[in-house]
Design a protein around this ligand. Sequence first.
Ligand SMILES: [Zn+2]
Length: 426
Amino acid sequence: MRPLGIFSMVGILGMSALAQQVSSQTPAPAKRIVIAATTVLDGRGQVLHNARIVVEGSKIVAVDKIDDTRAGPVDYDLRGLTVLPGWIDAHVHITWSFGPDGKNAGQGGTTPEATYAAASNAWLTLMAGFTTIQSVGSPADVPLRDAIARGLLPGPRILTAVEPIMGRGEQTGTPDEIRAFVRKQKAAGADLIKIYASGGMTRGPMTMSQEQLNAACDEAKKQGLRTLVHAYRDAVRAATLAGCTEVEHGLGASDDDLKLMAERGTYLDPQAGLLLETYLQYKDKYLAPPYYTEESFAAMKALIPAHQEFIQRAVRVPGLKIVYGTDAVAGAHGRNAEDFINRVRDGGVDPMAAMVSANSLGAEALGMADQIGSLAPGLQADIIALDGDPLKDITAVRRVVFVMKGGVVYKNAAHSAMPVHAGALP
Ligand SMILES: [Zn+2]
């Protein structure tokens, strides 16, 4: 049995050192990799059979029916598996971890323990088949994002909000102050702007006025940044009217609110269970009044069916674009795919729609549809394989046996060597 995860740090570092040497001389031809597959989901809702995927360097150059004379010898034989684009998780908190005392340490930590925990979260997330994530956000995301982008650490491609706008009523600031805050995040390297516009899942008024929200979303647009708004109840409509890109969570939105989102093209990112299940599973680690109380844990149990009902309602709204975001916190990293199971089993989401929500639709919501989210020539070679067919058995999403990101293979595990929950270890 081969060791789990056939990733070699020496190999990666060696390759990047080699690439630097080569780039100072004449450009070398990109390395060509041929993948054989019997079942391919293209990320856009189509299934291809008996195909070859050809990769050169970091990009896909062909996805074709079998033509070995053109494709060349097979480097990775993924026949018998389901091959699809690497998944996109639109909403994680990648630096959020448990501390050395076992208790929830949050996401802003800068100790060596917190730093290694964040690197570990990134590794587990990549091994689970997620090749791009949006962290929403923490300033601690930035060095992790950059180290991964430079090839120094294995992990998914990271987009970060850096510091979010925390709605605190009038104290959030004047519209001009909010605009300045947006520009400050951009200067700090933000890929998007995260906004908290309402209280918690069950109650609380909006924490920003319509005018404040308008200023935040408008300024972000002017700066070329997308906006993700944490919104429940009436904040969903307000965020939509403000022209934000995507509403996070959304519980308590009316059918009319959801229809307005569909009309405006606002993406919805709901969660179907992983987040609450993680809190409940790790209650001892999270329990810390006044933020995480016995009362709030008791309420979470009842909230799981409420989220399922919400998703069942959302999928029936014509034209509403529902993306995949798990809100992964400490304890959930590496288990991001669990929410697919919740969505399909409990939320009434069609399995193919669930896959597309984390592939081409997820990429579209990031403004990156021309780079990731589909298996097509010219796109990044972010390719994963599942031992099983998620269209027939959604639990196949737990069995990610192959992960390639940007043309580099990070995992190519013997099927029998796969643990079901790599990230579930306490
Ligand atoms: Zn969140």
